[in-house]
Design a protein around this ligand. Structure first.
Ligand SMILES: [Zn+2]
Length: 250
């Protein structure tokens, strides 16, 4: 079971993280998901954001015509860890302290943070899902690999519940989870669509290795509404493939 730390400890940790959180929020506050600072204008807001328009391998995408490739699905080595939960003004972001990571054919990556978008940023054959999680990993060379997890409406999700129960209502707010095992969020099978893409938020940096799990997991309507009460819409529209191929393992 995931439990919150007792009130006193949580307050101390939250106080320690707040300065950083607010600095991050202030730095990125000028972009959002609605006009005049929405996705269509990101590249005009700051010169560092120019790839959001000029990039040729941007994310998210609508996944279709995937090529069956003989590669292995990602291997997950997640383990229970304490985790910081931050409302960063764009989403709820969870940063576990020592969560393990993934191994792809390109090597091993450690989990850095996960966060949520509604509706899902990735689409599959034109179909959108009510929510997705992006699990952001980094290898020792600093290269990024993201695992995207799609949520469909259905059963109550107990692992997600610990995050939703802890998430701060106000931008800049933080909380701490005593223990969280990201492995508990994963579906039973780990097959994935893989392709090269970018960060889906400014500065839209490319060279990100994307792995979208083909099996969705469930979230209840009440849980979805709890997230949407804070962030009703925080998804970038799908971007052109520009000749990229999408592979599916198995
Ligand atoms: Zn994301």
């Amino acid at each position: 079971m995931t439990k919150l730390l007792p009130g006193t400890a949580m307050t101390l940790i939250a106080a320690g993280l707040c300065a950083t959180a607010w600095a991050n929020t202030a730095d990125t506050a000028e972009w959002g998901y609605t006009a005049p600072s929405g996705p269509e204008s990101w590249s005009e807001l700051k010169s560092e954001f120019r790839l959001c328009t000029s990039g040729k391998e941007q994310s998210p995408i609508d996944i279709h015509d995937a090529v069956k490739a003989g590669v292995e699905p990602p291997t997950f080595t997640y383990r229970p860890s304490t985790a910081a939960v931050l409302n960063n003004g764009h989403t709820i972001q969870v940063s576990p302290t020592d969560p393990g990571g993934i191994t792809l054919t390109s090597g091993a990556y450690s989990l850095v943070q996960l966060h949520f978008h509604t509706p899902s940023e990735e689409k599959i054959q034109g179909r959108s899902y009510p929510l997705n999680a992006h699990l952001v990993h980094r290898n020792t060379a600093g290269e990024l690999a993201v695992v995207a997890l799609l949520f469909e409406e259905g059963a109550h999700n107990p692992t997600l519940e610990s995050i939703l129960a802890a998430m701060p209502k106000d931008a800049g707010g933080t909380a701490t989870l005593e223990t969280l095992n990201i492995a508990d969020l994963l579906p039973a099978t780990h097959n994935a669509y893989s392709y090269m893409g970018s960060l889906t938020t400014p500065p839209c940096t490319e060279g990100v290795r994307w792995n979208v799990l083909t099996t969705a997991v469930q979230i209840s309507r009440a849980q979805l509404e709890a997230f949407q009460a804070l962030y009703p819409m925080n998804a970038r529209p799908v971007q052109p493939l520009n000749g990229r191929s999408v592979q599916v393992d198995g």
